[in-house]
Write a protein that binds this ligand. Structure first.
Ligand SMILES: Cc1ncc(C[n+]2csc(CCOP(=O)(O)OP(=O)(O)O)c2C)c(N)n1
Ligand code: SF4
Ligand SMILES: [Mg+2]
Length: 248
């Protein structure tokens, strides 16, 4: 993977080449996306679309064509970019806060229109960049900075599950992976590869959600964050392939 000389903006917290907090899931998930593009020989032609959230920190370290968008607008922008650059692999790499709340309409309507793009959504259960507020994916009982007593179903509703919302929708591919173990990282990489293959075959919309840790806002060590994904998050958000065009 090509990387360019890193000039860390002062706002980055760790000073490492991406700026992610130690143990952050973005480091692994974003890398999987770029590795897949590289292995498919598509990295040079690829266009990565991100928004204002922790996903944007990746783009400081990656020497590929990127489009930065306002918070929650990456999926709509990716759809527009793809319409005018049909030969390029285009993906939106976004957070769960962005794609399931402020930008939710773009997630759903890009799927309904079966836009020929790939979307990778990092489900870390919080609005990470802004300090760990409750997101649509926050679990019942989970304490966040905007739900200090824990999320309540009677007040906040239940965690939003994209696999239920898009059930039966005529899209090319929908899967959920996790990065809690090496085996699941490898499985997630296969899902992301399949998603890009669908796009390059012009089959339409492909979405891979990935369960990923945000140790900083979960108040856990990187190790315990992975345990939490295994023991709590996966119970609510099962991993696997949900939609594959032509496969019922
Ligand atoms: C239009 C707009 N609304 C709100 C914000 C503030 N904002 C920036 S990042 C963010 C949360 C990001 O959470 P998520 O999309 O889950 O990504 P994460 O950082 O968790 O990976 C918010 C609310 C903004 N920058 N612009
Ligand atoms: S706040 Fe969370 S999502 Fe953002 S870089 Fe830190 S660990 Fe990653
Ligand atoms: Mg998030």
């Amino acid at each position: 993977m090509a990387t360019k000389e890193f000039k860390a903006p002062e706002m980055l917290r760790t000073g490492d080449p991406t700026g992610f907090c130690p143990g952050c899931g973005h480091g692994t998930v974003g890398r999987l996306g770029f590795e897949v593009l590289d292995e498919m020989g598509l990295l040079e032609k690829s266009i990565s679309v991100y928004d204002v959230a922790c996903d944007s920190l990746y783009m400081w370290a990656i020497d590929t064509d990127c489009v930065g968008t306002a918070h929650g607008r990456a999926i709509a922008t990716a759809a527009g970019v793809k319409r005018v650059r049909k030969d390029c692999p285009v993906w939106a790499y976004v957070g769960d806060g962005a794609s399931y709340s402020i930008g939710f309409q773009h997630t759903v309507w890009s799927a309904v229109r079966n836009e020929n793009i790939t979307v990778v959504i990092i489900n870390n259960g919080v609005f990470g960049m802004t300090g760990g507020q409750m997101a649509p994916t926050t679990l019942i009982g989970q304490k966040t900075t905007s739900s200090p007593a824990g999320r309540r179903a009677d007040v906040n509703g239940y965690p939003m599950d994209i696999t239920k919302i898009l059930t039966g929708q005529d899209i090319a591919y929908l899967a959920r992976g996790s990065i809690d173990t090496v085996a699941n990282i490898n499985k997630t990489k296969k899902y992301i590869r399949k998603a890009f293959e669908k796009q390059m075959n012009n089959e339409g919309f492909s979405l891979v959600e990935v369960l990923a840790p945000c140790p900083t806002n979960w108040g856990l060590s990187p190790h315990d964050s992975l345990e939490r994904i295994r023991n709590e998050v996966m119970e609510v958000f099962p991993i696997g392939e949900y939609i594959e065009r032509g496969v019922k």
